[in-house]
Design a binder for this molecule. Structure first.
Ligand SMILES: C[S@@+](CC[C@H](N)C(=O)[O-])C[C@H]1O[C@@H](n2cnc3c(N)ncnc32)[C@H](O)[C@@H]1O
Length: 339
């Protein structure tokens, strides 16, 4: 109960620091930018009544005079220049494609030698981690259902995987995850399915849950026997209990268990074993079952510590059409059928 309350508080703190209590985070940055401006006679144009009202208050508080304000209300609406001769500045509360028509008209006016007001516009920062509503729903649900809080889940790494899952899960087939440790990535996959309202796919989890069984030091310089032993299948089941009906557990050495699976269509395979031999066996066993458009994701393709995983992937893909796409932060993936 206490940890739940602490987590809720932490989430509220994070949201407050992002400015969610007032307006969207991008808008907050713009508001700060405006606070440094000296206003004269101003027209304000925006997309939401609430945001326009905040801007108007802000301008008035800093000694400016708002001559008009205009809220864009539907897609067809154009931005007029009716007050153009009375104002010195136009403040765009939020960028909107319709506003570009205004810019064009201002340019035409300028070319014909007339005065035009200064345009003050936001830089519109790109913040999908906070503004992609499906992703934030997933992150918040994971924070509620597991012991890890929002900050743990809300990362560019998770966001990259989330984008891949949105593509992979469109296709028929099940999901295989090789290397699960304590279940972070498995929980993320299950909650993404939940958010996408996908109920007809099972997730097969492969691991010893007793640590790595062995490693070949010639191509696995860093990890080896016994690493990642601080987990257990009971720990996995506890963590993944909120999604228990989605999972099948395949316990044992992946070098053996991968090839014992019966063939079935797969839309998503995650390989996160950090070692040459199990990565190779996992990809060899499943490559043919991945449907066209399905995705095989390699969590440690680039890291020097896990060079064995890259060697394995490159060996299996040699002579096959797919080439890996690189993702920021050590990762890569292939899309079946895409060279
Ligand atoms: C980096 S961890 C996986 C992390 C996990 N995907 C996550 O995001 O939480 C690597 C896992 O691969 C497993 N592993 C490595 N080699 C294996 C093998 N030959 N058989 C079974 N599991 C193996 C380890 O036991 C370990 O749990």
């Amino acid at each position: 109960m206490l940890s739940r309350l602490l987590k809720q508080r932490k989430r509220a703190d994070i949201q407050r620091s992002l400015g969610r209590d007032g307006a969207r985070p991008g808008f907050e940055a713009f508001r700060r930018h405006l606070e440094e401006k000296h206003f004269k006679k101003v027209g304000v144009i925006g997309r939401e009544e609430r945001e326009v009202r905040i801007i108007v208050r802000l301008i008035e508080a800093t000694g400016g005079r708002v001559v008009f304000h205009h809220v864009l209300s539907d897609d067809r609406e154009d931005v007029g220049l009716s007050h153009i001769d009375q104002i010195d500045q136009i403040v765009l509360a939020v960028l909107d494609t319709r506003v570009y028509r205004l810019r064009r008209r201002l340019l035409e006016r300028k070319k014909s030698g007339k005065e035009i007001p200064e345009v003050i516009a936001p830089s519109l920062p790109y913040r999908p981690l906070e503004e992609d509503s499906l992703f934030t729903a997933i992150v918040n649900a994971l924070a509620d259902k597991t012991e890890w809080d929002v900050g743990f889940w809300q990362s560019w790494k998770s966001y990259g995987v989330y984008q891949l899952l949105r593509m992979a899960l469109l296709h028929d087939g099940e999901c295989f995850e090789f290397g699960c440790y304590r279940g972070y990535s498995a929980a993320f996959l299950a909650e993404t399915m939940e958010a996408l309202k996908i109920s007809n796919k099972r997730i097969y989890l492969f691991d010893t849950w007793e640590g790595m069984p062995s490693a070949d030091k010639t191509c696995d310089p860093f990890y080896g026997e016994g690493d990642f032993a601080d987990t257990s299948i009971e720990c996995m089941r506890r963590t993944l209990d909120p999604w228990r009906d989605r999972f099948e557990y395949v316990q044992g050495d992946i070098c053996k268990t991968a090839r014992l699976q019966r063939p079935r269509p797969l839309c998503y395979v995650r390989i996160d074993v950090d070692l040459y031999e199990p990565a190779r066996r996992a990809l060899e066993a499943t490559y043919d079952w991945v449907v066209d458009g399905g995705i095989v994701y390699f969590d440690d393709y680039v890291s020097e510590k896990t060079v064995g995983e890259r060697l394995a992937v490159d060996e299996v893909l040699a002579g096959r059409p797919e080439r890996p796409f690189y993702m920021i932060g050590d990762r890569a993936y292939i899309i079946k059928g895409v060279p």
